[in-house]
Design a protein around this ligand. Structure first.
Ligand SMILES: [Zn+2]
Length: 463
């Protein structure tokens, strides 16, 4: 299990290194730069052609769509009409539900496209098994590179990074490490103390970082420390704060802007790889969806996407379960031709809700820890149908797991406990217990990732 994690992390680093030097990444960035200033009608036409080709080449061999040819007809006809997405009832097939994919993932796998298995932590506490083609790892980085480049940051520029997750295996109890492929000093989100921050500053003197990258909740204690002890000349070159994986609160964005003198840069994506958006530089909270990544629709208030990058597991009209509103806020004017004030013609999603709800757990000294850091992708978690963290006291967290129709055995629980405990180090004591499926439901029938019963002193968490 641990070996697999390490291999996976090495493979991810190799993909990143290759992506930095790849002409594919450069070509995608050029395509995006060209499309960005095109007329919306031209972008829509370009996408229809892409969707037709993707459907014809890849989706047509997928068992689920062979049994439900209405998806192939839809893709072959160019998908939704217009840049803003389909209207319900215009002949589109039903949206594809996450549960449909979760219960029979093999039905969506292309029989001949090689790829790698990925398990998502699963919002709603229900893990999902996915297959991702090797080239899709590249295109993922190409789209991230595009978003970063708008802030003047290249993929391989020096960075300080606060995150665990897929990059984090290998901390082995150390609070930080330099990872050459990413050219960053990565700091464990479970070791955020003043001593560690002072060491970070020492260690980046030579690195000369131009960006801070990570979870907002993990960057926040560092930003507070910098505000208290700075300014630090080692951070003078920082020109962007790159925020991954979870929602940021307004006061956090203000804090980062003020302390680092650099804009926060956010993007939106999901492991299923159907929709990718980069935040507009003019209208915070609005995201321009990138047409090279997927075809985006908003159906009954939910983000529905047809991915164009992952031939190993084509997902058409896939319901991300995230909510959003299409278009710029009414008060914001658009330039001629429907273009945004920032110069981009790409369609906009705003008020995105769902996976981004920031949920925190608190370490021994009340330090906030992002649940995104706990929610790591590992097959050990895929054996449970649902899971949920529960916290009653600082420094202690209980993981409650449930599986339909069976009782997890003590060995499984011990494996998961030791994986988690290794990850969180000494900031949190982890216990793992079983629960009934129905016990993990909220009244609205949805699962919350963290059942947080504990509230630290407001003065230590608030702005
Ligand atoms: Zn814009």
């Amino acid at each position: 299990m641990i070996g697999t994690g390490l291999l996976r992390s090495r493979a991810a680093a190799a993909a990143f290194r290759a992506a930095c030097a790849s002409p594919l990444v450069t070509a995608q960035q050029q395509a995006l730069a060209r499309l960005e200033t095109a007329e919306p009608a031209e972008i829509a036409e370009w996408q229809r052609a892409r969707l037709r080709r993707f459907t014809d080449r890849w989706a047509s061999a997928v068992p689920y769509y062979r049994r439900h040819p209405e998806y192939l007809r839809w893709g072959n006809s160019g998908g939704p009409v217009g840049a803003e997405g389909a209207q319900p009832g215009d002949g589109a097939p039903p949206v594809l539900l996450k549960d449909t994919v979760r219960l029979a993932p093999a039905d969506f796998v292309h029989p001949r496209v090689p790829g790698r298995g990925v398990t998502t932590g699963g919002t709603g506490g229900r893990p999902l098994s996915l297959r991702v083609s090797y080239s899709s790892f590249f295109t993922e980085w190409a789209h991230i590179a595009y978003v970063w480049s708008r802030a003047g940051v290249r993929l391989d520029d020096p960075k300080i990074t606060f995150r665990g997750g897929s990059l984090g295996t290998g901390f082995e109890g150390r609070p930080m490490m330099y990872q050459r492929p990413y050219n960053h000093l990565v700091v464990s989100p479970f070791h955020l103390s003043d001593d560690v921050f002072a060491t970070v500053i020492d260690r980046v003197r030579e690195l000369r970082p131009v960006a801070i990258w990570g979870y907002p909740s993990a960057i926040t204690p560092f930003a507070r420390w910098v505000a208290r002890t700075g300014p630090h000349p080692e951070l003078a070159r920082v020109r962007a704060v790159l925020l991954a994986s979870e929602g940021a609160l307004d006061w956090q964005l203000d804090l980062f802007r003020e302390v680092f003198g650099a804009p926060p840069i956010r993007w939106y994506g999901q492991s299923e790889r159907v929709v990718f958006g980069g935040e507009c530089s003019r209208v915070p909270g609005s995201y321009h969806v990138l047409p090279t990544y997927g075809v985006t629709e908003v159906v009954e208030g939910r983000i529905v996407g047809s991915g164009l990058t992952n031939a190993a597991m084509p997902l058409l009209r896939y319901d991300t379960e995230d909510g959003a509103v299409a278009g710029l806020p009414g008060a914001v004017g658009t330039a001629a031709g429907g273009r945004c004030g920032c110069g981009s013609s790409f369609p906009v999603l705003r008020d995105i809700t769902g996976r981004w709800d920031q949920s925190l757990v608190y370490g021994v000294a009340d330090e906030p820890i992002s649940s995104a850091a706990l929610n790591f992708h590992d097959e050990a978690f895929a054996r449970f149908d649902r899971f949920q963290f529960r916290q009653v006291r600082p420094g202690e967290v209980e993981l409650r797991v449930a599986s339909a129709g069976r009782t997890p055995d003590p060995g499984e629980l011990a494996t998961v406990r030791s994986l988690l405990q290794r990850r969180v180090g000494d900031r949190l004591a982890v216990t793992v217990t079983t629960a009934g499926i129905e016990d993990l439901l909220t009244r609205r029938g949805k699962i919350v990732m963290v059942d947080q019963q504990y509230r630290p002193d407001a003065a230590t968490v608030g702005p």
